[in-house]
Write a protein that binds this ligand. Structure first.
Ligand SMILES: [Zn+2]
Length: 690
């Protein structure tokens, strides 16, 4: 009895492990249904067009026989949306993708023989062929590929199609390739009837040139649903009650976990798990019924699908058989290995010209050494500090094209930027970017939907990352300007304030800090905390947006060991999001206070409030001291003239004074009040009105 009981428990626990695993791996790799339903919410006219197409499809199916069909050619354009990384895929990959499509849609795929006997007789040759466009919408020569640098490549949603607009959807099938997709999907598409701007396929670059992802998404583009129906949830019993409107694909609940069970029976009959439109890992076929449905879509005017393959359109897009494609002119483009270097350093430029082969390059590097080059990928030394522009002219026998990138190279004078002791409390309007001195700019790099952002409350500014709104593994990067250490020997630490709370027990965001003494070319890691190590509140999980209270900050220290001999550094804060909660940083210090952080009480956040603001006759300045301090208040006008000053040694507690007691004859205008307490300071903008 006992044994049996134990055995039962064992089986039960095995079962629960299995269920958990199934949920964890639940595939949502195709985003079509979700994106499509979002679009319908905003534009209900889509449904009317779909109803019209559905009616047309029924009529078409009743009168057409698949054997009578001609091969239909579809002009295609790829829009490579990239940030000069591996997502800037080669033309070879795109040609490979076209080749896979033309095998899959012509029943020429080498694995088609694997179709099991029960479905072998209905494997269809769709008789559709895809060709890269040779003429663009303006009539220019093209190789059918556009390349655009855009941050929309990260966590892409439908907004990528506005950042990089598609070509006329009644003339071309638009395919955008991106680095990542916001929903975590691998790709998505829309059924016909969608608005022109959204029509087409978006795919993560990795799925271009391998696998059947595009085959599946173009199936949706040609009006096919998943075999279980118009949902994104394979594996549900209720899927037996919905259908894909195709007669020869059996009712099915669909395939979960990309499995390949050729004997799967889910709704009373054998499933066609090998169908391209299902989620299995062994997809090799479309059916004759799916062919009829796709060809109906291609014969309907809904979304202009019936124009794509017309002879007039093939001629307009250069995809007809007799079109003799000329050599196109190149479109010039380039990138550089390091945009920021110390004076006297070299950078390497890389030609990224496209649309055609390039025979010659003419580079121009004002203030560089050399100042011009005809190499494809030249190395250039910069001795002059400042921002430098670079241009490239790319030539071939058909023409040339020039691109110029203004101020792309930042050559750093290591004596510029900030001097130590350095204290950044983020209260000034010159953080993160200075309005007057670019050498004091902090740089925020975005590799996802979100990155570091300034966060303001009534009495404090800090900088934060909203981790839970970011995709997992997205890095948010904050890079300091040059910090000149020559006035300050032997810096030991950077200190800063940190605030973080977990959203759930599994919150695992991390913060890494790197230091560079070669102006950002190489970085050494000096700080790493993740998950529970970052928590600064009392450990309470915060399910909503975490906004720290004054006592929910910790003082952190980042060692500068091995940089003792450096006379300048840059600091890089990298927060990797893993769906936790907000992470805040404030009060970054390098210098005396930072070195003494463990021997004296750290200065708490300075609280400074001006009321009212704007003011008419007089205002009250309130501030709070956490210990006896030397207090200094300086009022300056907008160009820095000192209007009033106040200096006193004061005791712990709240202090208030009238503004006119410091600056009795203040005129109307904008002013800054700077409160300095020992070595820390904070600034507020005030406005006196008439
Ligand atoms: Zn799909």
């Amino acid at each position: 009895m006992k044994k049996l009981f134990l055995k039962k428990i064992f089986i039960l626990s095995l079962l629960s492990v299995f269920v958990f695993a199934a949920q964890a791996q639940k595939s949502n790799w195709c985003g079509t249904v979700n994106f499509d339903q979002e679009a319908i919410k905003k534009d209900s006219s889509i449904l009317e067009k779909r109803a019209k197409l559905e009616k047309f499809t029924k009529e078409y199916s009743s009168r057409k026989k698949n054997t009578e069909e001609d091969v239909l050619i579809i002009p295609v354009v790829f829009h490579v949306v990239h940030d000069y990384g591996e997502e800037n895929i080669s033309k070879e990959k795109i040609l490979l993708a076209i080749d896979i499509l033309n095998k899959d849609y012509r029943k020429l795929n080498t694995d088609v023989y694997q179709a099991i006997p029960e479905f072998k007789n209905i494997v269809a040759d769709i008789k559709v062929e895809f060709r890269l466009a040779k003429i663009d919408p303006e009539g220019n020569c093209t190789d059918g590929i556009t390349r655009t640098q855009s941050l929309e490549t990260y966590d892409a949603g439908n907004s990528v199609k506005y950042a990089v607009p598609g070509w006329d959807n009644t003339k071309y099938l638009n395919i955008w390739t991106v680095k990542s997709i916001e929903s975590g999907a691998a790709a998505w598409s829309h059924y016909p009837g969608i608005s022109a701007a959204l029509d087409g396929v978006v795919s993560i670059y990795r799925y271009i040139g391998s696998g059947h992802t595009l085959t599946h998404e173009i199936g949706h583009y040609l009006n096919l649903m998943h075999p279980w129906g118009n949902s994104n949830d394979p594996g549900l019993e209720s899927n037996c009650d919905i259908d894909d409107e195709v007669d020869d694909t059996p009712l099915t609940i669909g395939v979960v976990n990309s499995s390949c069970n050729l004997d799967q029976v889910s709704c009373g009959s054998l499933d066609n798990v090998q169908n391209y439109m299902d989620y299995s890992s062994c997809d090799v076929m479309f059916t004759e019924g799916q062919k009829t449905r796709m060809r109906a879509a291609l014969n309907s005017s809904v979304s202009g699908r019936n124009n794509l393959w017309k002879q007039s359109n093939l001629e307009a897009t250069g995809t007809n058989d007799s079109y003799a494609s000329p050599i196109c002119s190149p479109i010039a483009d380039f990138y550089v290995d390091n945009k920021s270097v110390c004076e006297g350093s070299s950078v390497q430029f890389f030609d990224n010209s496209y649309n055609s082969s390039v025979d010659a390059w003419a580079w121009s590097f004002p203030n560089g050494e050399p100042e011009t080059s005809n190499e494809q990928n030249p190395v250039v030394k910069y001795n002059t500090p400042g921002l430098h522009t670079v241009s490239l002219k790319a030539f071939n026998s058909s023409g040339n094209n020039t691109i110029s990138k203004n101020n792309i190279i930042n050559v750093i004078d290591t004596l510029m930027g900030y001097a130590t002791p350095y204290f950044e409390d983020m209260e000034s309007s010159d953080f993160p970017e200075s309005s007057t001195d670019y050498t004091k700019n902090w740089k925020i790099e975005k590799q996802g939907k979100l990155s570091w952002e300034l966060h303001s409350t009534s009495n404090n500014n800090s900088i934060r990352v909203v981790n839970y709104s970011n995709s997992s593994e997205t890095k948010s990067i904050l890079i300091s300007p040059n910090i000149n250490l020559t006035n300050f020997e032997n810096p030991k630490n950077i200190t800063f304030k940190l605030a973080y709370a977990k959203r759930s027990n599994s919150s695992d965001d991390d913060l890494k800090i790197y230091v560079s003494d070669d102006c950002g070319i190489t970085w050494k890691i000096r700080f790493l905390k993740r998950g529970s190590q970052l928590v600064t509140n009392d450990g309470t999980l915060v399910s909503s947006e975490f906004i720290p209270q004054d006592d929910e900050w910790s003082e952190e220290k980042c060692s500068l060991s091995s940089f003792e001999e450096s006379n300048h550094i840059m600091i890089k804060f990298v927060c990797t999001s893993r769906k936790g909660n907000c992470l805040y940083i404030d009060d970054i210090k390098i210098g005396e206070e930072a070195n003494r952080v463990n021997t004296v009480n750290p200065i708490k956040k300075i609280k400074l409030n001006i009321r009212p603001n704007p003011f008419k006759n007089d205002a009250v300045i309130d501030y709070y001291l956490t210990h006896n301090s030397k207090t200094q208040i300086i009022i300056t006008d907008i160009i820095g003239n000192v209007i009033g000053k106040f200096y006193k040694e004061e005791t712990t507690g709240k202090h208030s004074l009238n503004l006119t007691s410091i600056a009795p004859n203040i005129n109307s205008g904008i002013y800054f009040i700077k409160l300095r307490v020992n070595n820390a300071q904070t600034t507020r903008k005030i406005i006196k009105i008439k």
